[in-house]
Ligand binder design. Structure first.
Ligand code: KQY
Length: 368
């Protein structure tokens, strides 16, 4: 595999928006018993439903351990789904997989960010994480794509959203957190985002969603629906712990412009819940040193914003909540050309994230 010493920006590559055409979606089979209850069995069933929903629109590759290979292969026996054997520490392909970049000739490469399990030994979610940190490199090797490695610069794919036209949205809570890159200040981080995503404007939201396990990933809180338009998780309830987070994000978005000088149009998406794990659900998660303790009193960071755009479709989580119908209507309204498909998201949420966190889109190379 070729690892390049230059940067995407220097080489004329940029991260395309999620709505640009894909060649496939990457996922990882969940089996970590100290994260997914009942040895991962409930989450595996949810993954099967998710992968099958995506495969209606585009090919899916699911990375799976040797131990689970036969099981995953049998349960995902669908023509559009490829299974490859790959080691990992958990299933969060958004954060451990590559961020794909493309140039004007349609050539694709990948950025392999340094990964530290969402905070290393300062609030990270598990240890070790070396196999997760190898996932991006393995994906790029399978695809024969050249790799840019940001050795020492920690970033997860769920902490950024781009419009493909020069703007990235992220959160201060995550990227400026001392448990990611304490050796870098805001300006230095902006410079690295400019180099590796090829953006010229960074929009900093102060926080992500309350109690998100990732220190406020933007992909659970605010996302692009098209250039200049975003969907923001929203509550009007001052008692909701997200109230001030929503207000301050809206303030930022209403008082800034993007790389092209556009003001933002902000669509509001209701936050479901409050959602909590049951005592039984918590009981089903293995206890292990260094892993998160599960507690039924801890509010889950459920969000409809954690959806994936696929070729012609929107794959969004449902939570069996009264807000599910409104969420579907909003998604259909902001994506009138896409078919909105909702899949059950509760089991995914119990593991600490949702559909966007668990998937990574690979842009289609264009042959000009
Ligand atoms: O991107 C994400 N939401 C990953 C969260 C990891 C949670 C592990 N319990």
């Amino acid at each position: 595999m070729t690892t390049l010493a230059s940067t995407p920006r220097a080489d004329g590559f940029h991260m395309p928006a999620e709505w640009a055409p894909h060649s496939q979606i990457w996922m990882i089979w969940p089996e970590r018993a100290d994260n997914w209850r009942l040895g991962g069995k409930a989450a595996q069933a949810a993954h099967v439903a998710l992968a099958r929903a995506i495969a209606r629109f585009e090919p899916v590759t699911v990375a799976v351990s040797a131990a689970q290979y036969e099981n995953a292969r049998a349960r995902l026996d669908v023509p559009n789904i490829r299974i490859v054997e790959m080691s990992s520490d958990d299933a969060w392909m958004r954060d451990t997989g590559p961020t794909f970049v493309i140039n004007d000739s349609g050539e694709v490469r990948g950025v392999d960010w340094t990964f530290n399990a969402w905070g290393g030994f300062n609030g990270g979610l598990y240890s070790p994480w070396n196999r997760d940190d190898q996932v991006a490199s393995k994906v790029l090797e399978l695809e024969r794509y050249a790799r840019y490695r940001t050795e020492g610069f920690v970033l997860e794919g769920g902490s950024i959203h781009v419009d493909g036209e020069g703007t990235v949205i992220t959160t201060e809570e995550c990227l400026l957190n001392a448990n990611r890159n304490p050796h870098l200040d805001r300006a230095e981080i902006e410079a690295l985002l400019a180099d590796y995503l090829n953006v010229s404007k960074v929009v900093w939201l102060p926080h992500g969603l309350f109690n998100d396990e990732t220190d406020g990933h933007v992909d659970n809180f605010c996302c692009y629906v098209r250039p200049g338009e975003v969907l923001l998780a929203w509550t009007d309830d001052p008692q909701n712990p997200n109230y001030s987070r929503c207000q301050e994000a809206l303030q930022v978005l209403e008082n800034t412009t993007d790389a092209q000088g556009r003001s933002f149009v902000v669509h509001k998406m209701p936050i479901p819940g409050p959602l909590f794990a049951t005592a039984e659900e918590c009981e089903g998660v293995d206890i292990a040193a260094g892993s998160q303790h599960r507690d039924p009193s801890v509010r889950l960071a459920g969000s409809y914003v954690n959806f994936l755009i696929v070729n012609g479709g929107i794959i969004a989580p449902s939570f069996s909540e009264a807000t599910d119908d409104a969420a579907r209507e909003i998604l259909q309204q902001v994506f009138p050309q896409h078919e909105v498909v909702m899949v059950p998201g509760r089991e995914l949420l119990l593991g600490g994230g949702n559909i966007h966190c668990l998937t990574q889109q690979q842009p289609a190379p264009s042959h000009r």
